[in-house]
Ligand binder design. Structure first.
Ligand SMILES: Cc1cc2nc3c(=O)[nH]c(=O)nc-3n(C[C@H](O)[C@H](O)[C@H](O)COP(=O)(O)OP(=O)(O)OC[C@H]3O[C@@H](n4cnc5c(N)ncnc54)[C@H](O)[C@@H]3O)c2cc1C
Length: 391
C-alpha cells in the first residue's frame, strides 16, 4: 500500500503529525502497535502539565507557539483539551551543575517569562500560603505563579487528533505493530507492506529498536516512572489546581488528576526513574520512589491525604540534554518528543514533523541528529544522577 507519509506510532507525536499533515492535504497512514487509548507508551491518561515557565528562553518561546496551536486544535475538535489552572513553582534554586532545560528555578524563570511578556508573579511564601493553603512554602524562597499553566488531557488530545485526521482521510491502523523498516522506506507489518517517500518514526520507547540500524540516533534512555494519585485532605483543595513543581531535590510535581482519578491530585518525581526498555518494563511501582513521594507529600503538601488512592507507571524516553529529537535523514523523519516534558508541545511537534516531511524547513539545532549527543558525556551526570535502577 502507498501513501504520501507513513507514520509509525500513534502517541501524541505521531497523532499530531497525522493531524497537521492531513490539514495540509497529505495522504497519511498511521501504524500503531496497540489499541486506542492503550497505556504502554507515554501518551495515556488525563493529566499532563502545560506550562510556559522554563529556565530556558527557547522553551518559553516554543510553549507560546504550542499554546496557539493547541487553541486551533481545540477549536477544530470542538472540545477543551487544556484546562487552565495556573502553575506554581516553589523551592530553592538548583545548584548550577544540576540545572538543565526542564529543571526550574522560580526567580530565573520569572525573569525569562517577564522578558517574553508572559504574565507571571513572584510572591513571598506568606502571600503564596494565603492563596494555596494546601502547600507548605519555605519562607526563604520566592514563589512563582503564572496563570497560563494548565492540565492537558492527553487521552482526549490523542483521540481528537486521530479523529480529525481520519475525517480528512488518514488511515489509522491500531493493533498493527511494525515489524521492520527498510533503508528505502518500506515499512513492514505481519501481513502487509507500506511504501511512501517519507516515513515518520514516532515510536517513543521503541524508536531505537525500530530505527537504530538505519539512522545514527542520539543516546536515548528509556525509563519507567511512577505516578501517584492522592485525594485532597479537604474536599476541593488543590484538586482544581494549580499545577505545581517543587524544585527541592528530588523535585516533585503535582496537578489535578482529571478523569484518571476524579477529584484527586497526581504527584510524581521527575528525576526518580528506573531504567528499562519498551518491552521489558514491568509496570511495578518502585517502592523506594513511593517512599520518597509519600514523605514529600506528608511534609510539604498538607492539602492532600497522606496515602495515595492509586498508582501506576509510565515510560520516559530521554536524551542527555532533555531536548527533543526532531530531524530528517533520507526518507525518515525521526521524532522523539519526550524526556518527560513533551506533551505540551504536541501540536508544535506535529507542525515541525510535517515541515520536515515536506522538506520545507530544517530543524532547530538543539533538536538535530547532528547536535544531540550519541553518548552520555561525563558532564551529563545531571540526568544520569537522577536515573535510579531498581533497588
Ligand atoms: C508519567 C508521565 C508524565 C508526564 N508528564 C508530562 C507533563 O506533565 N507535561 C508534559 O509536557 N509532558 C509530560 N510527559 C511527557 C509526554 O507525555 C511525552 O512527551 C509524550 O507523551 C511522548 O509522546 P510520543 O508520541 O513521543 O511517545 P508515545 O506516547 O510512547 O508514542 C509512541 C507510540 O508508538 C507506538 N509504537 C511503538 N513501537 C511500534 C511499532 N513497532 N509499530 C507501531 N507502533 C509502535 C507505541 O505503541 C506508542 O503508542 C509525561 C510523560 C509521562 C510518562
Amino acid at each position: 500500500m502507498r501513501a504520501d507519509v507513513i507514520i509509525v506510532g500513534g502517541g501524541l507525536a505521531g497523532s499530531a503529525a497525522a493531524w497537521e499533515l492531513t490539514r495540509r492535504g497529505r495522504d497519511v497512514v498511521v501504524l500503531e502497535a496497540f489499541e486506542p487509548g492503550h497505556r504502554r507508551g507515554s501518551s495515556h491518561g488525563s493529566a499532563r502539565i502545560f506550562r510556559r515557565a522554563y529556565p530556558d528562553p527557547l522553551y518559553v518561546t516554543l510553549t507560546g507557539v504550542a499554546r496557539r496551536l493547541w487553541s486551533e486544535l481545540e477549536d477544530e475538535a470542538g472540545e477543551e483539551l487544556i484546562r487552565v489552572t495556573g502553575a506554581v513553582d516553589f523551592g530553592p534554586p538548583r545548584p548550577k551543575a544540576q540545572a538543565d532545560s526542564t529543571q526550574p528555578d522560580p526567580e530565573k524563570m520569572h525573569e525569562i517569562l517577564t522578558a517574553q511578556h508572559v504574565p507571571a508573579e513572584l510572591l513571598t511564601a506568606t502571600e503564596a500560603a494565603e492563596r494555596w493553603p494546601g502547600i507548605t512554602f519555605d519562607p526563604r524562597h520566592p514563589v512563582l505563579f503564572h496563570p497560563e499553566g494548565g492540565v492537558i488531557d492527553a487521552d482526549r488530545a490523542v483521540a481528537a487528533m486521530q479523529r480529525l485526521a481520519t475525517q480528512r482521510g488518514a488511515g489509522i491502523r491500531h493493533n498493527t505493530p511494525v515489524t521492520g523498516i527498510d533503508a528505502d522506506g518500506t515499512v513492514r507489518t505481519a501481513d502487509a507492506e507500506f511504501t511512501a517517500p517519507v516515513v515518520v518514526v514516532a515510536a517513543g520507547a521503541w524508536l531505537e529498536p525500530l530505527l537504530g540500524h538505519l539512522v545514527r540516533l542520539p543516546r536515548l534512555v528509556v525509563t519507567q516512572v511512577d505516578v501517584f494519585h492522592f485525594a485532597p485532605a479537604e474536599a476541593g483543595t488543590l484538586a482544581s489546581g494549580p499545577t505545581w513543581i517543587c524544585t527541592e531535590a528530588p523535585s516533585m510535581y503535582g496537578l489535578p488528576s482529571g478523569a484518571d482519578s476524579p477529584g484527586a491530585v497526581k504527584v510524581g518525581a521527575h528525576y526518580l526513574r528506573t531504567v528499562t526498555t519498551g518491552d521489558d518494563r514491568d509496570n511495578v511501582v518502585n517502592p523506594a520512589v513511593r517512599d520518597q513521594v509519600l514523605q514529600f507529600v506528608r511534609a510539604k503538601i498538607n492539602g492532600l491525604s497522606s496515602t495515595p488512592i492509586a498508582e501506576l507507571t509510565c515510560l520516559y524516553t530521554s536524551t542527555t540534554s532533555e531536548d527533543f529529537v526532531l530531524d530528517r535523514r533520507g526518507p525518515f523523519v525521526v521524532a522523539s518528543v519526550c524526556s518527560g516534558h513533551g506533551a505540551k508541545f504536541a501540536p508544535l511537534a506535529g507542525r515541525i514533523i510535517a515541515d520536515l516531511a515536506e522538506g520545507r524547513a530544517a530543524t532547530h539545532r538543539r533538536f538535530s541528529l547532528a547536535e544531540l549527543p550519541a553518548t552520555f558525556p561525563t558532564q551529563s551526570a545531571s540526568l544520569l544522577a537522577g536515573v535510579r535502577h531498581r533497588p
